[in-house]
Design a binder for this molecule. Structure first.
Ligand code: NDP
Length: 433
């Protein structure tokens, strides 16, 4: 904290991990003697660069680009790229730090990283987005590679942006390699990658419920966000027989007590992915309630699945959720719960699935995309989905093994310890580097 006092999100993430790891580290001094936690909390490398670009009117803009290469003990750096005005070093360091543990939990050989820029794709034309992505990659390309660092999408970076960045990388390096994941189906992308974070989130929620004698069928679910993760979490929830009653964006929340059907979800996909419109248009179209400027957490539910952004559930929201009967929170977004909300969920002993376990399906399928690229083949949809579901089961089991506290499963502690051990042991093996 003394070193970077202004990096609040990063400190929040490190504090959450350090506090849940403390009892484990006390019993295992080999990790504290080698200062593993201090080393994991310091990025191996941070790259910061200028991203100049020209808009459609010919005006020049300058954004700041970043890549945080956090830890490569168990594989090449791996983690998404975020384009959002709130992007700064603190946010990317927190995301990269979380990514190290998440990638370890997947059982695949991937280190942790994260990158992005303070660029807002909202309201920009396709050509402006393309020019920005090309400028961003014109610097980033020299720091990444299929055996070094393999970025993917995140907030504001979907198939369109990954395509433009991949095109520029290929042109500059004159090689066709799996340097990015989330690629298009015809040029190296994996089936199920777009669906994987949302689907994986529901697979994990299902495991949590079943391990506690409950079923997801018939449950009422609140989902926040309406982007990639939210859309496919909704889709899988519908497939599993649950009822999703909310979605949101940064302007407000739609509340549809009848439940979002597959047909209504198609409307949302078209609205958000093609027309790039606002979620309010769903309420106008289907005549349901729109909560301007509000998040979903005051509505009665069984399960809450935040899928928008960090710190979107505070302590008061958490109390309100529990008061209204919510017994399970599965984090699709990264660090969506503030420390206050985290404390409320753990003291109430509800089923609380932390992001690094719950949303690991996305990076897992990215890992499967890397494998397919290396083998130069393409698995069918069912094969990838089956592997994803097996990985999510495996992550759930690791959390159960390390998170057992009497009758209660502390999934947060379980995920942190299980994720830590694999990386820490690799760091011990590789010496002080
Ligand atoms: P998208 O850009 O597709 O969607 C993000 C959604 O969240 C949009 O509805 C957006 O609304 C909303 N949102 C973003 N920032 C804010 C904010 N500050 N306040 C309120 N709403 C906000 O991103 P993804 O769905 O890919 O990512 C969502 C979350 O999931 C992030 O935390 C991300 O790190 C995490 N995640 C994503 C993975 C992936 O594979 N995509 C993998 C693992 C985690 P608006 O349009 O108004 O900005």
């Amino acid at each position: 904290i003394a070193r970077d006092p202004e990096e609040k999100e990063f400190h929040q993430a490190v504090h959450e991990v350090a506090s849940t790891l403390a009892p484990f580290l006390d019993k295992n001094p080999k990790y504290t003697d080698a200062k593993i936690l201090e080393r994991i909390a310091e990025p191996e490398r941070v790259i910061i660069f200028r991203v100049p670009w020209v808009d459609d009117k010919g005006e020049v803009h300058v954004n700041r680009g970043y890549r945080v290469q956090m830890n490569s003990a168990i594989g090449p750096y791996k983690g998404g790229i975020r384009f959002h005005p709130s992007v700064c070093l603190s946010v990317l360091k927190f995301l990269a730090f979380e990514q190290v543990f998440k990638n370890s939990l997947t059982t695949l050989p991937m280190g942790g990283g994260k990158g992005g820029a303070d660029f807002d794709p909202k309201g920009k034309s396709d050509n402006e987005v393309m020019r920005f992505c090309q400028s961003f990659m014109s610097e980033l390309y020299r720091h990444i590679g299929p055996n070094t660092d393999v970025p993917a999408g995140d907030i504001g970076v979907g198939a369109r942006e990954v395509g433009y960045m991949f095109g520029q990388y290929k042109k500059l390096q004159n090689e066709f390699t799996g340097v990015l994941t989330g690629k298009g189906r015809n040029w190296g992308g994996s089936l199920i990658r777009p669906e994987s974070t949302g689907y994986g989130t529901l697979y994990f929620a299902k495991e949590m419920l079943e391990a506690h004698g409950k079923s997801i069928e018939g449950k009422t679910i609140l989902i926040s966000g309406s982007g990639n993760v939210a859309q496919f979490a909704t889709e899988k929830a519908i497939h599993l027989g649950a009822k999703v009653v909310t979605l949101s964006d940064s302007n407000g929340t739609i509340y549809d007590p009848e439940g979002i059907t597959e047909e209504k979800l198609d409307f949302i996909k078209e609205l958000k992915n093609v027309k790039r419109g606002r979620i309010k248009e769903y309420a106008d179209h289907y005549g349901c309630e729109y909560l301007e400027g509000k998040r979903p957490w005051s509505i009665k539910c069984d399960i809450a699945i935040p899928c928008a952004t960090q710190n979107e559930i505070n302590g008061d929201d958490a109390k309100e959720l529990i008061k209204n009967g919510c017994f399970c929170v599965a984090e699709g977004a990264n660090m969506p719960s503030t420390p206050g909300a985290f404390d409320v969920f753990l003291s109430a002993k509800i089923l609380y699935g932390p992001a690094k376990a719950v949303n690991a399906g996305g990076v897992s399928t990215s890992g499967l995309e890397m494998t397919q690229n290396s083998m130069r083949l393409c698995w069918c949809r069912d094969e990838v989905d089956e592997r994803l579901s097996t990985i999510m089961k495996n992550i759930h089991e690791q959390c159960m093994t390390y998170g057992k506290e009497g009758d209660y499963i502390n999934y947060a502690a379980g995920a942190n310890i299980a994720g830590f051990v694999k990386v820490a042991d690799a760091m011990l093996d590789q010496g002080i580097v």
